[in-house]
Design a protein around this ligand. Structure first.
Ligand code: SAM
Length: 293
């Protein structure tokens, strides 16, 4: 029997696209993968096996979905573009344990979705080549909803991957690094050249793995307030932490109260937010919260 070529070979991708008369929509971030090596790295980083489940966001014509189907026990894929559904049905026909759902991941109730899709597997990973225009909202939704996830392996814009995995002290470190690192342990898997996509995006890409934390790395009096303090601290990067906090929480007051609370949290007022570790932000926000701010 003739084995069909993988979806991701340039020849089969072009053949599928032209036979279905498919035209790419830039507005949906449609850049399809045509490289076996990169697909192999993405799937390997997710550490799947036949007892585990995979959630793919944006399967496109199924290049990654096919690889996931060959590795995981159950695959669920959410695709916003209805024009891709007949293509996916054709391409994924050999894999009955793959389910494609038409929808916008940002609008779906993911808790319900997980219950209906993944009750039979031991753990779930998100594995995706994300549409770049909505990378951060998608990842924050996955992390904030505290879904029963083991890890998230995604292709994203390189610059965003660097910000998510940045350590204190550099220009990439900011509120996004802290938000992602509060919920997960990020690790850069590899950087990716433009040439592995069709059409080629005009930004650099990288694969990042977020190992989802079972418990947060810091104890917080109030999680929402913690993120408010982090946002306020980075409001103007060139300003000191003291000046940023003054504008947000102590407007109209003299500096004395702020300075004594900073001293209590053991934060030097002249420091900039980009030098503070997550533990220091936790101590600072707990101190301000307990002071009734
Ligand atoms: N996984 C395929 C691949 O690697 O070749 C396609 C990846 S392409 C970068 C992003 C895919 O996400 C597209 O198929 C696009 O239609 C889909 N998409 C865009 N926005 C979406 C959303 N809000 N919810 C679900 N899918 C979305």
């Amino acid at each position: 029997m003739n084995k069909r070529e993988d979806v991701s070979t340039p020849r089969r991708t072009k053949e599928i696209i032209s036979r279905h008369g498919f035209s790419f929509k830039k507005s949906l971030g449609q850049n399809f993968l045509i490289d076996q090596n990169i697909l192999g790295k993405i799937v390997a980083a997710a550490e799947l096996d036949s007892t585990k489940g995979a959630l793919e966001i944006g399967p496109g014509i199924g290049a990654l979905t096919e690889k996931l189907a060959q590795t995981a026990g159950h695959v669920a894929a959410i695709e916003i573009d209805q024009r891709l559904l007949p293509i996916l049905e054709e391409v994924l026909e050999p894999y009955p344990h793959v389910e494609v759902v038409h929808g916008d991941v940002l609008k779906l109730d993911l808790r319900d979705f997980f219950q209906s899709q993944f009750s039979g597997v031991s753990s779930v990973s998100v594995v995706a080549n994300l549409p770049y225009y909505v990378t951060t909202p998608i990842l924050m939704k996955l992390l904030e909803e505290k879904l029963p996830l083991e890890n998230i392996v995604v292709m994203i814009q390189k610059e965003v991957a660097e910000r998510m995995s940045a350590s204190p002290g550099g220009k990439d470190y900011g509120s996004l690094s802290i938000a992602v690192q509060y919920y997960s342990e990020p690790e850069l898997v590899c950087t990716v050249p433009h040439s592995v996509f069709i059409p080629q995006p005009n930004v650099d890409s990288a694969v990042i793995r977020l190992k989802v934390r079972k418990t947060p790395p810091v104890q917080l009096e109030d999680q929402d307030f913690f993120f408010e303090v982090v946002q306020a601290s980075f409001a103007q990067r060139r300003k000191t932490i003291s000046n940023n906090l003054k504008s947000r929480f102590f407007a109209g007051e003299d500096r004395q109260r702020l300075e004594s609370l900073l001293a209590e949290a053991e934060i030097e007022p002249a420091r900039r937010a980009e030098t503070l570790h997550i533990e220091e932000f936790a101590k600072l926000s707990n101190t301000l919260f307990l002071a009734g701010l």
